[in-house]
Ligand binder design. Structure first.
Ligand code: IPD
Ligand code: CA
Length: 292
């Protein structure tokens, strides 16, 4: 009989090899999003609301990512935005968004990303997972952010180190909006309060790139309600490995209720302001009680 202390510790994942696979998959998928984008690309279907769109390219790109990742690591789980969660047996799960910034992609605005991460834990449980490696790749500009736990964050191979942040009133602040009208009412109220208190607001349209821009110093801070693990997993690690913080508000982890990212102390000042504004509270009802 062996007790727990005499069992061998589980092997640590080889972060460099996992990161190489993240980048390989993201780049291969990125080529397809550019080369095969139909000129007359249209909405294939809608999801949570009429503004939450999917194109045929989101689906095709996700299928390709699944093929690449499951061929290389058949024992790992897979969680993608369009085709859901397949659990694995290794304790690692690949969490990916084939096209983050689908509305930009639909309108041929070249700000979208393929986001690929591998996480430990259960990505279906809020706060129950931790990224090990991740890559956010913009196939139009070629910008490629990579990060591995304990090995740092990089943009096109150049190490990222976040500097001292400005005060809130000098902070270029990124955010995004969800697809439900009730949620957008809440988000509009929060932005209306914050806009006079910051340098300016940016709504770039791709959460993974927003987060990576924080790591790169192109935004000072970022917040958004409504992100999912596939929007967050790779870029969260980029911010953390660049020396920043990704947190929730009200003592909660970064999750669907709220994500705030930046360097301390700015990130904590913005988180406190968002808490005061009840930015992660119930979404506002539509006028007359109508539903989305
Ligand atoms: C969306 C984008 C957008 C953010 C939304 C996300 P999608 O992802 O990242 O910037 O504001 O919350 O859902 O739908 O394009 O994959
Ligand atoms: Ca997406």
């Amino acid at each position: 009989m062996t007790d727990a202390s005499s069992r061998p510790a589980p092997a640590l994942p080889d972060v460099h090899a996992l990161l190489a696979l993240c980048e390989h998959a993201a780049r291969r998928a990125g080529v397809v999003t550019v080369a095969d984008r139909p000129r007359d690309l249209s909405v294939a279907s809608t999801k949570s609301s009429p503004t939450d769109v999917v194109t045929e390219m989101d689906r095709r790109t996700e299928t390709l990512l699944r093929e690449i990742l499951s061929a290389a690591r058949p024992q790992d789980g897979l969680l993608g935005e369009e085709q859901g969660h397949e659990t694995g047996s290794s304790g690692l799960t690949w969490v990916f968004d084939p096209i983050d910034g689908t509305v930009n992609y639909l309108y041929d605005i070249g700000v979208y990303a393929v986001s690929v991460a591998v996480v430990e834990g259960d990505p279906a449980v809020e706060g129950g997972w931790r990224p090990v490696a991740g890559c956010v790749h913009n196939p139009v500009t070629g910008a490629t952010w990579t990060a591995g736990r304990g090995i740092g964050a990089f943009l096109d191979g150049r190490r990222l180190t976040m500097g001292e942040p400005p005060a809130l009133d000098r902070a270029l602040t990124g955010t995004g909006f969800g697809y439900f009208t009730g949620r957008r009412r809440t988000q509009a109220r929060v932005v209306a309060d914050l806009l006079p208190r910051v340098r300016d607001i940016r709504r770039i349209g791709c959460a993974a790139i927003d987060l990576c821009m924080v790591a790169t110093g192109r935004l000072d801070v970022y917040f958004e309600r409504g992100l999912h693990a596939w929007d967050l997993a790779a870029a969260l690690l980029v911010v953390e490995e660049a020396g920043g913080v990704v947190r929730g508000i009200g003592g909660k982890p970064p999750a669907e209720a709220m994500v705030v990212a930046g360097a301390r102390p700015l990130v904590d000042v913005l988180a406190a302001a968002l808490e005061e504004l009840d930015a992660d509270g119930d979404d506002e009802p539509a006028p007359g009680g109508a539903q989305d």
